[in-house]
Design a protein around this ligand. Sequence first.
Ligand SMILES: Cc1cc2nc3c(=O)[nH]c(=O)nc-3n(C[C@H](O)[C@H](O)[C@H](O)COP(=O)(O)OP(=O)(O)OC[C@H]3O[C@@H](n4cnc5c(N)ncnc54)[C@H](O)[C@@H]3O)c2cc1C
Length: 365
Amino acid sequence: MADHESVLVVGAGPVGLAAALALSRSGYLVRIVDSAAEGARESRAVVVNQRSLDLLDHLGVSADLIATGVKLNGVRLVSGGSTVGTVDMRFLPHAFNFLLALPQSETEAILAEHLALEGMRVERETALTEIYQDASRVHTVTVHGQDRREASYDWVLGCDGAHSFVRKALDLDFPGGAYPFQWSLVDLDIDAGASMEWGEVHLDPGRPVLLRFPIAPHRHRLISNGPDVLDRVPDSWSIGTLHWSSDFTVSHRHVTAQGKGRVWLAGDAAHIHSPAGGRGMNLGIEDAVTFARFLRKDRLEEWAKWRLRKGETVLKESDRLQNLATADQSLVRRFGPRVFGLALKIPAVQRAFITRNAGLFDLKP
Ligand SMILES: Cc1cc2nc3c(=O)[nH]c(=O)nc-3n(C[C@H](O)[C@H](O)[C@H](O)COP(=O)(O)OP(=O)(O)OC[C@H]3O[C@@H](n4cnc5c(N)ncnc54)[C@H](O)[C@@H]3O)c2cc1C
């Protein structure tokens, strides 16, 4: 029985915000806290996939996301300066048959606006510092400046990111490892020479991978598994203003259980993986929205097994995709892009690839 049951959502990244909205709509009393002073300013995740759009559409959010983002036909695979294959979302038999590019900061801002319409706001600069549970309640301490607040809830959902305090408090393993690359990314204007209709993956023997996604008129996100993404820019692009840049390393890890008792995990708190395929934020939004549905139906154990399985699958797939793109073996580097491009011309392969990257697989536990 959801009415009047309470849930503390820890973390107000895209996953916590989506969870708070879904839980509130399902009739729960929700409190959402975040230790940071403000939401993401950076673009970070830039693709909202079809599965997220489906789930957020039920919460009335997707129309605003679509109105703000850039609708792309899909992704072109480019090698030696020519297109050798396409992943074309227009073939997807789905209401959202496009790729929506939208900076994570905008996704979060729109989710926060919808929370505000529910009369809810994120309690900022408020950190969860203690948590323990008994059979019927979860007991917590949050700290905001000098204020220390003790409170108990029926449920807690940890959406507190890769270094999750909630996961550590539950003493859950987070096995995996780190990839050996330094990734670099920039958001910048390309004044001419780059398509606004397509994202691109550039694969060339002996060079780092380059990904490009348009995110606003003239503005593009570039990402590379090399130390300086700007070294990788084709001569044909006319580069304008640089808006943001970042270097990061990537790990692949997954919890061995999605939670315990009355405390559960969603998003990066439960799984982190390669950005190949753009699945991270989307998988987390799916964790969050389905958590509310399964909690309402008293089927959380089932939810937990399903999310664990789906997280493991996405982790393996993004790992495979990344290995394909960054393989050292010269034969794979030389012929891989063209072979992959040819394979994408086979309708069944195209369909399977699109469906998985849209997140439209394993939709039920
Ligand atoms: C540079 C960069 C580029 C990326 N690019 C992509 C991409 O292209 N595609 C993609 O899919 N993903 C990408 N990601 C990953 C994507 O940003 C994450 O998957 C996504 O942010 C996960 O959302 P989340 O809500 O689970 O966690 P987060 O966004 O990390 O949010 C967690 C929140 O919890 C809060 N918090 C932490 N501890 C506590 C506590 N004790 N109490 C209260 N609050 C707490 C934090 O302040 C934070 O706001 C990128 C990430 C980075 C850093």
